[in-house]
Design a protein around this ligand. Structure first.
Ligand code: ADP
Ligand code: MG
Length: 656
């Protein structure tokens, strides 16, 4: 360093101001990234209250104020040095980060590309400190009267990097990003207050509450809350992994590592066209993670159609050493030490919550109860897909659209009075079913004195009824049933499909799938690709009730098929399975293959629509449906039943 630079040398160390601008390129992409960094600093400083104020979508002004610990005079200056942080001290600390920040890059980066003013006071000092920096240059430092905490004002973002400034989107888009961000930090921290204002417009203002459920209600409102099923804390101990996971050392059996998932996942009738409403937090840090997106998709497999997405808000809590957050400068990506374990845990927690809640779709006519969720959450979606508004499509799908009213023949709807015999027969069944399938949503602890935040109990989630009395069929296709809660319509085909699907999977797991020998083998010709898939999955087909033998070139003979499949349907079923697996054959897991086969078989074996059913057959079907794990949707994700609640009926008749 003492040597004078060699005039021939071409490599030089960049001045700090340039280095900061480069770092800013990674850390500060848009106003929302500034808000994110400042808000994270406030939370790291132990703030109970964070207030964000904006002008022009954050392009003209971003002000973040908190009541955290503040900084003393020296620290207030040091904070703007590159890699200056109070949060880690050594390289080892990098493997156990419990704060949101740790890189010491945010403040210098933001200050390099804006006009920044910081006011702060630490409890140990009598006066506060005011620092002014513009484009990375220190303009002014002085003492100031300041109560407590910290306030950072960032004006004219990217004023000195015009190229960057051009990339910014419209004010409303940038505002949307910030609103989404603040909203989600508020969701992750129910015990803290958050306020977001844009000019004089208050966008969000939430006071502390004690549960995530209350916070969801405050932020997203009762309508969205009704569409969600709560994942009550789901814990799993990490097994002692024998081999090293991704690191070298594994200290053996010290303390058991417990990982915990909580949050909310949408009912199956909520269907979004993209993933923009899936939010995921690792130790209260908002991240994007493909592994988790996959786990969520897996949880909804055979519940939601493959092309749509749920709403999810997942909080994962695990020891800091289990997750590496030092993956990307903006700290939005993480790496898990035991990723397969995390994946399965997230999948199972959501799955279990959905199974336990067993929500049923309401009739689409109750529009008021299911209008679109607030704009805040939609901001991002709107930007990505023009003006696309994720819709709730569920109930429409299962509506008997093609059924013309008044065109039914008298024999179609049997309105028989209840017969005593089957009723006594179902009584004991009902009670046992109740105890097994009662909703596991925890009773809501009354929010007590907090009047305005009184959250409705999980009333929107209709539990699956076990006391349904069938009245008859509409068009020989939809079973109409009643109980004290109202009127229900059940799609007989998908209901039976769900029953058979679960039975098939159970048999596959246990003793083996029931099969029937065909009188004559059925000869099926395969296309080359089908032939290839057949070779890959032949063994699994055998375990699923098929006995298929090669029979000449590209032709197979089916001798045995799963029970319940009509002989003239066997060929279609086999082809459907082969095509459904298609090119994935080598890449999908055995579990997924089994699910696909079970879904196809049950669809073909199920009672069809336009089929008259005896009353006892309807009763049987409703009872069997009640015993399934997932009576709300068919294996392809379509709703099985619709409910017209007593309240809605009374309202429609103007009785209430
Ligand atoms: P990092 O958060 O990665 O440490 P930053 O550049 O964001 O880096 O902040 C640098 C340091 O300034 C922090 O480590 C912290 O000590 C201090 N600091 C920043 N913002 C606040 C705040 N709002 N309240 C108290 N201290 C703060
Ligand atoms: Mg920081």
């Amino acid at each position: 360093m003492a040597r004078s630079p060699d005039p021939m040398s071409v490599i030089r160390i960049l001045p700090e101001a340039v280095a900061n601008k480069i770092a800013a390129g990674e850390v500060v992409e848009r106003p929302a990234s500034v808000v994110k960094e400042l808000m994270e600093n406030s939370l790291d400083a132990g703030a109970e209250r964070v207030e964000v104020a904006l002008e022009a979508g954050g392009k003209r002004l971003i002000r973040v104020a908190d009541d955290g610990c503040g900084m003393n005079h020296d620290d207030a200056l040091l904070a703007f040095e590159r890699h200056a942080t109070s949060k880690i001290r050594s390289a080892e600390d990098l493997f156990e980060i419990s704060t949101l920040g740790f890189r010491g890059e945010a403040l210098p980066s933001i200050a390099a590309v804006s006009r920044l003013e910081l006011e702060t006071r630490h409890a140990s000092e009598n006066a506060g400190t005011r620092v002014e920096i513009s484009g990375g240059r220190l303009r002014d430092v002085k003492e100031t009267a300041w109560a407590q905490g910290t306030r950072v004002e960032v004006r004219d973002l990217f004023f000195n990097t015009p190229a960057r400034r051009k990339f910014l989107k419209s004010e409303s888009t940038e505002l949307g990003h910030i609103a989404t961000l603040v909203t989600h930090y508020a969701l992750a921290q129910p015990r803290k207050s958050f306020r977001l204002i844009s000019l004089s417009n208050e966008i969000l203002n939430v006071s502390p509450v004690s549960t995530a459920r209350e916070r969801v209600y405050q932020v997203l409102g009762g309508q969205l809350l009704e569409q969600l099923v709560e994942i009550s804390p789901f814990e799993r101990r990490m097994p002692a992994f024998s081999g090293p996971a991704s690191g070298e050392e594994d200290e053996g059996a010290a303390e058991p590592i417990v990982v915990r998932v909580s949050g909310f996942a949408s009912r199956p009738d909520v269907q979004k066209l993209n993933r923009n409403q899936i939010y995921f937090f690792v130790n209260r840090r908002l991240v994007r993670d493909r592994l988790i997106l996959h786990a969520i998709a897996e949880a909804y497999r055979n519940i939601l159609p493959a092309s749509v997405f749920p709403v999810a808000l997942i909080f994962l809590e695990l020891p800091a050493a289990e997750v590496d957050v030092n993956v990307h400068p903006s700290k939005t990506e993480v790496r898990f030490r035991h990723s397969a374990f995390i994946h399965d845990l997230v999948r199972d927690s959501i799955r279990q919550a959905l199974m336990a809640a067993r929500p049923v779709a309401a009739f689409p006519m109750s529009k008021t109860a299911r209008s679109a969720p607030p704009d805040l959450v939609e901001a991002e979606a709107a930007e990505k897909l023009g003006d696309e508004r994720p819709l709730m499509k569920g109930p429409e799908i299962g509506l008997p659209q093609g059924v013309p009213r008044g065109s039914r023949r008298p024999g179609d709807l049997h309105l028989t009075s209840p017969q005593p015999e089957p009723q006594t027969g179902t009584l004991p069944l009902d009670t046992s079913a109740m105890s097994v399938y009662a909703p596991v949503i925890p009773p809501l602890v009354a929010p007590g004195e907090a009047g305005p935040t009184a959250v409705p109990a999980a009333s929107g989630v209709a539990e699956f009824p076990t006391d349904l009395q069938p009245l008859g069929q509409v068009q020989d296709s939809f079973i109409v049933a009643t109980n004290a809660d109202g009127l229900w319509i059940v799609d007989q085909h998908v209901a039976h499909e769900r029953v058979l699907f679960e039975r098939h999977l159970r048999q596959r797991r246990e003793k083996g799938v029931e099969a029937q020998r065909l009188l004559l083998p059925i000869i099926v010709e395969l296309k080359p690709e089908q032939q290839a898939v057949f070779q890959d999955i032949a063994e699994e087909l055998t375990s699923n009730g098929f006995d298929v033998e090669p029979f000449g070139q590209r032709t197979v003979a089916v001798k045995t098929a799963p029970a319940g499949i009509r002989a003239d349907d066997v060929e279609r079923l086999l082809i459907e399975i082969l095509d459904g697996v298609g090119r994935e054959a080598r890449s999908i897991s055995l579990d997924v293959l089994r699910l696909k086969i079970a879904a196809s078989v049950s669809c073909h074996a199920a009672i069809k629509v336009n089929m008259p059913l005896e009353r006892n057959k309807m009763e049987w079907l409703l009872r069997e449906l009640g015993k399934t794990e997932c009576p709300m949707t068919c294996p392809h994700g379509r709703p099985i039943m619709l409910k017209y609640g007593m309240k809605e009926i009374q309202k429609a008749f103007k009785r209430i």
